[in-house]
Design a protein around this ligand. Structure first.
Ligand code: C5P
Length: 222
């Protein structure tokens, strides 16, 4: 069976990562979480106390940073240099800063290049905001995965609660809406559905059903 290059884009909390990871595992594909790369860059900026307005320091960081993703069972471990940041990049602090960092052209140039290199050869699923429009405009299959803000916030809320977090449903809905707004209105590579992407609204689907729908789409193309 042909091994495709699959692009999944969509807003925050649509379940792209969980669904993509599950589908990749089923099909033996490599899963590349591009959002984790922007989060890792944001983490490194905080670590090095680099101000987002300091263009020269940000550019210098793009030249020396080493971001790596390592698949492990159904997880994707994230490293900056030798330091594992898999959990450290999932904090609310990083979530509230990452959209400003990902709006910087110099950061996008660096990470898009890395993503294209990782996707070479097919048998890959990348999820993000600009995969079908910018990173892999010739992807074999493009999916735009979305859901209502309410259902996305509710899912995140349940995840946060399961981990013992204290954020309220309202806080989470506001944070998701703010990230969507910044990601869709930035000048460089804004979040948008590629003309040739298939729209999948999973407001009424659970994770398994979302993964089934994506798997079917991939198998129809093979
Ligand atoms: O996917 P996740 O929600 O972890 O992504 C975090 C942030 O990284 C997004 O809100 C967006 O600002 C940025 N991002 C991006 N382009 C991508 C993936 C993520 O700008 N391809």
């Amino acid at each position: 069976m042909e091994r495709l290059t699959v692009a999944i884009d969509g807003p925050a909390g649509a379940g792209k990562s969980s669904a993509a990871r599950l589908v990749a595992k089923r099909l033996g594909y490599l899963y590349i979480d591009t959002g984790a790369m922007y989060r890792a860059f944001t983490w490194a900026m905080l670590q090095e106390k680099i101000d987002i307005g300091d263009a020269e320091a940000v550019r210098a960081l793009t030249e020396r940073i080493d971001i790596r993703l390592e698949p492990l069972e159904d997880k994707c471990r994230v490293f900056v240099g030798e330091r594992e940041v898999t959990d450290a990049i999932r904090t609310q602090d990083i979530s509230s800063r990452v959209s400003s960092v990902s709006a910087l052209a110099v950061v996008r140039e660096k990470l898009v290049q890395l993503q294209r290199n990782m996707a070479e050869g097919g048998g890959v699923i990348l999820d993000g905001r600009d995969i079908g429009t910018v990173v892999l405009p010739k992807a074999d299959l493009k999916i735009f995965l979305t859901a209502s803000v309410e259902s996305r916030a509710r899912r995140r809320y349940l995840e946060v609660q399961a981990k013992g977090g204290t954020e309220t449903l309202e806080d989470i809905a506001a944070s998701i809406a703010s990230r969507d707004d910044m990601d869709s209105h930035r000048a460089v590579s804004p979040l948008r559905q590629a003309d040739d992407a298939i729209l999948l609204d999973n407001s009424e689907l659970n994770l398994e059903e979302t993964a089934d729908a994506i798997t079917d789409l991939i198998q129809q193309r093979c």
